[in-house]
Design a binder for this molecule. Structure first.
Ligand code: ADP
Ligand code: MG
Length: 249
């Protein structure tokens, strides 16, 4: 865990509300994410965790409240929105790689298309990132030739290729066979140590204990509890969190 964080927040959610029809999925969410912070979000299915992630890079709109990123309200459209999406990387449960592109092409596509980076430079940087996540040797292969754990590490390299200010991880290891979970978590722990700002939806207690500055427990669209990882997993304050933990641990 990092002890010192830059004091100016990167993301601020202020009284954020979101409905899907009559379903109130985000209820008065107030949350600040500091630069360099690793925030773990945990909680039961349907609690609004994915919606929260998606709201931060505006894959979902909100009904009321405000979200600011890097001091600015989230842009609604156009180039500013494209810029935001490139600054907030996202890694999903399903890896969402392009099946008909090579591993390296999956990583270089964003920089070439969105940033206008030249191919040679994008390839060089892409190879560096693939080495960093331990996949350099697979660069010329196609996603289907890789294991799930390898594909998820490619997805992380792809997010890094845009030099994001933050990466959102939405249950990045939930779809993996158990023996592949740790190799992905190890890459994420490395990013955390290097100072990347991360919001990570996960139930992986080992990851939270080693890398998180803070745990947020979310249920029924609300932040029910915010705590340090050690306190949360050993001594949760709320009955709702205790009940949840008794089911997953
Ligand atoms: P979590 O990630 O914690 O499981 P979600 O944010 O995915 O929760 O979902 C919160 C609630 O919103 C769930 O009840 C889900 O069914 C509902 N929901 C999510 N996305 C949509 C959508 N696009 N349209 C309607 N309901 C949705
Ligand atoms: Mg979800």
């Amino acid at each position: 865990m990092k002890e010192t964080l830059d004091s100016t927040p990167l993301v601020v959610l202020d009284d954020v509300n979101k409905h899907f029809g009559s379903l109130h999925v985000l209820r008065d969410i107030n949350l600040t994410i500091s630069r360099g912070e690793v925030l773990v979000v945990i909680g039961p299915s349907g609690g609004g965790k994915s919606t929260l992630c998606r709201a931060i890079n505006r894959l979902e709109t909100i009904d009321s409240g405000t979200i600011t990123f890097d001091g600015q309200p989230l842009p609604k459209e156009g180039r500013a929105l494209a810029q935001l999406r490139s600054e907030v990387g996202m890694v999903f449960q399903s890896f969402n790689l392009f099946a008909h592109k090579t591993i390296l092409e999956n990583v270089t596509l964003g920089p070439i298309k969105v940033r206008g980076t030249g191919k040679a430079q994008a390839d060089r940087r892409g190879m560096e990132l693939l080495e960093r996540v331990g996949i350099g040797a697979q660069a010329a292969k196609y996603p289907a030739q890789l294991s799930g754990g390898q594909q998820q590490r490619v997805a992380i390299a792809r997010a890094l290729a845009m030099d994001p200010k933050m990466i959102l991880f939405d249950e990045p290891t939930s779809a993996l066979d158990p023996e592949m979970v740790q190799e992905v978590l190890d890459v994420m722990i490395g990013l955390a140590r290097d100072g990347m700002t991360m919001m990570v939806v996960t139930h992986e207690m080992g990851f939270a204990r080693r890398a998180a500055n803070r745990v947020v427990f979310m249920a029924d669209g609300q932040i029910v509890e915010e705590n340090t990882p050690d306190q949360f997993f050993t001594n949760a304050r709320t009955d709702r969190a205790k009940d949840f933990l008794s089911k997953i641990l």
